[in-house]
Design a protein around this ligand. Structure first.
Ligand code: COA
Length: 97
């Protein structure tokens, strides 16, 4: 999913969230979806894409690194899973025209 807002101060930004069904991973679907989202963003005059990812989510981090998303913040102990807290990283990519 990629979504933006029509608020004039924020309409240049869109946020992505994504998941590929287990069993269909590691065959290029995630990368294809991300590139399709970036195409949509270009078409809608989006200049910045953001997303949140757990700091221990290595598959996702590898994918975002490969497509040149940069870390721009960290929410410490933001998510608790099975009594274990995890940081959430804020990633972003600026699109060039
Ligand atoms: C993250 C996720 C969307 C990746 O989707 P995918 O379809 O498996 O990714 P792709 O096959 O397009 O992989 C593209 C690249 O990402 C990296 N990558 C993806 N999965 C990886 C893994 N398990 N280990 C290491 N690198 C990985 C690799 O660089 C890969 O390129 P390569 O296969 O040529 O080496 C998928 O693992 C997923 O749905 N995870 C659960 C939900 C989730 O974490 N969503 C993101 C939350 S922000």
């Amino acid at each position: 999913m990629i979504r933006s807002t029509d608020h004039p101060a924020l309409c240049h930004v869109a946020k992505i969230s994504m998941a590929v069904t287990r069993g269909y991973r590691r065959i290029g679907i995630g990368k294809t979806l991300l590139l399709a989202a970036e195409d949509w963003a270009h078409l809608h005059q989006i200049r910045k894409i953001t997303l949140d990812v757990l700091s221990n989510n290595l598959p996702a981090l590898k994918l975002y690194e490969k497509l040149h998303y940069d870390e721009e913040g960290r929410r410490k102990h933001q998510v608790i899973i099975n009594h274990q807290s995890h940081d959430e990283l804020l990633l972003a990519k600026f699109l060039t025209s």
